[in-house]
Design a protein around this ligand. Structure first.
Ligand code: NAD
Length: 429
């Protein structure tokens, strides 16, 4: 059951399995061992370059003063400036931010863009904060970590509960301190402030490109391909729309409040209009409502988990009935589930490859800001396709050459690239 399993508090074994730091360690250890990576280099790669904790005093709307805790972790700067989102959530922990920062290092290395990995977070509950309070938290957090930010140092982006507006505030605060407008200090900005065309749909579009490559590999025709999408948000919604446009049949869409099913295919654009009109995907005239717990296990060619982490785990991986899994979300599959899926011969396109379209177009945004020259959407999408297709080929051929599964290959490739950069640069003393 998906819902029950996402409450690990009820089950100590799942609590361990769902821990993001342990998950990152498991993947790192497997890849480092298979690579035979030097122990000293392993030490460097395991340890973040820098961690900053700041305490952010804010005058609330009612006049009270509150102090919020914020983190920014730079995991690696070996291949370029740190890149990674900033999240606002009540349950942010330093451990989580650390794990997510290392994740970004590997993701940027897999798609071979010149960034290291970083992540930030502020412990707060945005649902009870006004826009003014959010703006003050964002600006003070930015000012408090300003020494480690910059287009050549650390380039944040939106993440959970942060958005274009948050990035605009960060860009403005940084620019006010530097006394000049510096758009390249963050990505995911509004188009009118140096954002990139194609960024909103980039992650879903990246999912499309790698899925098309997987279909090609298995000599499957898009028009003969059935797809189940979990999560109809930015990633899942765009992936569903673009896969439908490419001729694939979206047979089911799963949301937190229900799932819809039509073996002949669902039109994601019509489904989105229905949700906008009614507030839910359920009750859609073009499909029947089905049990959301069971929809994940429908027989299909491609399953796109694009909602959240840890949805495929040791208790349900046996029931997955897909030939290919394209991981739109970060960490949808636990390390234990990986082993089960591998035994069952499921072809997994791992998150650090499958959802890297977003960070790739963030890289394009940074390049355009630094050039002061902006590309049209066709150019952005074409360059994204080239990077996603090449990265898919790199990972899959690495997996075949080394006889490992795709996730392990992606991590090995990434670790190897970062380790090589460290070796070339040397250890400065
Ligand atoms: P989003 O909030 O736009 O969409 C997530 C959707 O999933 C929402 O519609 C939500 O209602 C739904 N959902 C939540 N829990 C669910 C559940 N248990 N079952 C079914 N549906 C559920 O978020 P997003 O930006 O699309 O991100 C989704 C995932 O992709 C996250 O793991 C995120 O870290 C990852 N990701 C996003 C990007 C990006 O560019 N947006 C890039 C890389 C990775």
């Amino acid at each position: 059951m998906i819902l029950e399993a996402t409450k690990p508090g009820q089950d100590p074994a799942l609590e361990q399995e769902f821990n993001p730091w342990l998950a990152a360690e498991a993947r790192f250890n497997e890849a480092a061992t298979l690579l035979g990576l030097d122990e000293g280099l392993q030490k460097v790669l395991r340890t973040p370059t820098m961690e900053v904790t700041v305490y952010i005093p804010i005058q609330m709307d009612d006049g009270r003063i509150e102090v919020f805790t914020g983190y920014r972790v730079q995991h690696s700067l070996a291949r370029g400036p740190a890149k990674g989102g900033i999240r606002f959530a009540p349950d942010v922990t330093l451990d989580e931010v650390r794990a997510l920062a290392s994740w970004m290092t590997w993701k940027c290395a897999v798609v071979n863009i010149p960034f290291g990995g970083g992540k930030g977070g502020v412990i707060c509950d945005p649902s009870v904060l006004s826009q003014g309070e959010l703006e003050r938290i964002t600006r003070r957090y930015t000012a408090d970590i300003i020494e480690i930010l910059g287009p050549e140092r650390d380039v944040p982006a939106p993440d959970m509960n942060t958005n274009e507006q948050t990035m605009a505030w960060i860009m403005d605060t940084y620019s006010m301190h530097k006394r000049t407008t510096v758009t390249a200090v963050v990505t995911g900005k509004p188009l009118d402030l140096g954002g990139s065309r194609g960024r909103p749909a980039a992650t879903g579009r990246g999912c499309l490109f790698v899925t098309l490559q997987a279909l090609r590999k298995f000599h499957m025709e898009p028009s003969q391909t059935s797809v189940v999408v979990q999560g109809f948000g930015n990633v899942g919604g765009n992936a569903a729309r673009l896969m439908h446009k490419a001729g694939m049949k979206i047979i089911s869409v799963i949301e937190y409040d229900g799932a819809v099913y039509n073996p002949n295919g669902i039109d994601p654009v019509a489904l989105d209009a229905h949700r906008k009109a009614t507030g839910s995907i359920t009750g859609f005239p073009g499909a029947e409502d089905i049990d959301r717990e069971e929809a994940m296990f429908l027989p299909c060619d491609v399953l796109v988990p694009a909602a959240r982490e840890n949805v495929i785990h040791s208790r349900n991986a046996q029931k997955i009935n897909a030939r290919i899994i394209c991981e739109g979300a970060n960490g949808p599959t636990t390390a234990e589930a990986d082993r089960i899926l591998q035994q069952r011969g499921v072809f997994v396109i791992p998150d650090i490859l499958a959802n890297a379209g977003g960070v790739t177009v963030s890289y394009f945004e940074w390049v355009q800001d630094r050039q002061g020259f902006f590309w049209n959407e066709q150019l952005v999408n074409g360059r994204l396709e080239e990077i996603m297709v090449n990265s898919f080929r790199d990972v899959v051929s690495y997996a075949e050459r080394h006889n490992v599964h795709n996730r392990c290959a992606a991590y090995m490739l990434a670790l190897d690239r970062v380790a090589f950069a460290i070796k070339l640069r040397g250890i400065y003393a």
